[in-house]
Design a protein around this ligand. Structure first.
Ligand SMILES: Cc1cc2nc3c(=O)[nH]c(=O)nc-3n(C[C@H](O)[C@H](O)[C@H](O)COP(=O)(O)O)c2cc1C
Length: 168
């Protein structure tokens, strides 16, 4: 039986096939279904299809060259002003990010987590690229999305030495 959690891999090569809006909405729905501290959901998502914005990312992000071939990307952002009890926005955004990656695998799409937060330079440059993005919103992770042009096998990373039962 297929298991999208175990089968998810970082996909960095994409075909030119456009990704339908319905699938993008499914990815966003998956992101917004993530657990969050106090169910506060302190996130925003920017769907980026503008080629000029996508291409500009690799000018400041050292590990993002694949985005030049992706038909779109989802920018996961944190908004501390939406938190009542402060401090967990990044964990919440990480959960949303992982949900999107798993849903992409499930839908036959490919994606990869491009780290932004907590690298201040990347966060600033990414915010500058999105017209109107407020200063208090933090670009957290960028996820290029497309139909995969590479096949990756699941990787078995189960490591018994990292498991402890009742004592260290
Ligand atoms: C916080 C974080 C930041 C990452 N940043 C990048 C990145 O900038 N560029 C990239 O190609 N992959 C990035 N990755 C993907 C990892 O390299 C990848 O998840 C890891 O090598 C394991 O491979 P897999 O995703 O195929 O299982 C990042 C992953 C995480 C969780």
């Amino acid at each position: 039986m297929s298991d999208p959690v175990l089968e998810r891999r970082s996909i960095r090569k994409y075909t030119d096939k456009p990704v339908p809006d319905e699938l993008v909405e499914k990815l966003l729905r998956a992101g917004m279904s993530a657990p969050s501290s106090g169910n506060e959901r302190p996130w925003h998502f920017v769907v980026i299809r503008d080629r000029a914005i996508l291409d500009a990312v690799s000018s400041f992000h050292p590990y993002a060259r694949m985005i030049n071939k992706a038909p779109l990307a989802i920018l996961v952002c944190g908004d501390e002003s939406l938190e009542r009890s402060k401090g967990f926005w990044a964990e919440d955004c990480a959960a949303a990010t992982e949900n999107i990656l798993i849903e992409a695998q499930e839908l036959g799409l490919g994606s990869v987590w491009l780290g932004l937060h907590p690298r201040g330079f990347r966060v600033r440059k990414m915010r500058e690229l999105i017209p109107g993005m407020p200063e208090h919103v933090v670009p957290f992770a960028l996820l290029p999305v497309g139909y995969p042009a590479e096949v990756k096998r699941p990787s078995n990373r189960y490591d018994e030495t990292r498991v402890h039962h009742d004592r260290w």
